[in-house]
Design a binder for this molecule. Structure first.
Ligand SMILES: [Zn+2]
Length: 82
């Protein structure tokens, strides 16, 4: 099965201050839960086939990734008091 991969390239901000946050949005990723269909076939109380909306993507077949990156000062290995 084919697969789409998205990569985030991290680059520290030009105007850094402790606690700086960046927000990224990656839109339109295929919903894995319903395989992009947006719904599942289910049965209603009379046993009829009925479409059930996907609870993850709410019927759109796609999901958006909201990514928050928080920048903090670095800590070198072995320099935390040991
Ligand atoms: Zn879905």
């Amino acid at each position: 099965m084919s697969k789409t991969t998205r990569t985030i390239e991290l680059r520290h901000p030009d105007h850094y201050h402790p606690g700086s946050k960046e927000r990224l949005v990656s839109r339109g990723l295929l919903c894995n839960y319903c395989s992009g269909n947006g719904f599942f076939w289910g049965s209603d109380e009379y046993g009829h086939h009925t479409k059930c909306e996907c609870p993850v993507c709410k019927g759109s077949g796609e999901v958006d990734a909201l990514i928050t990156i928080e920048w903090t000062p670095g800590r070198k290995e072995g320099s935390n008091g040991a």
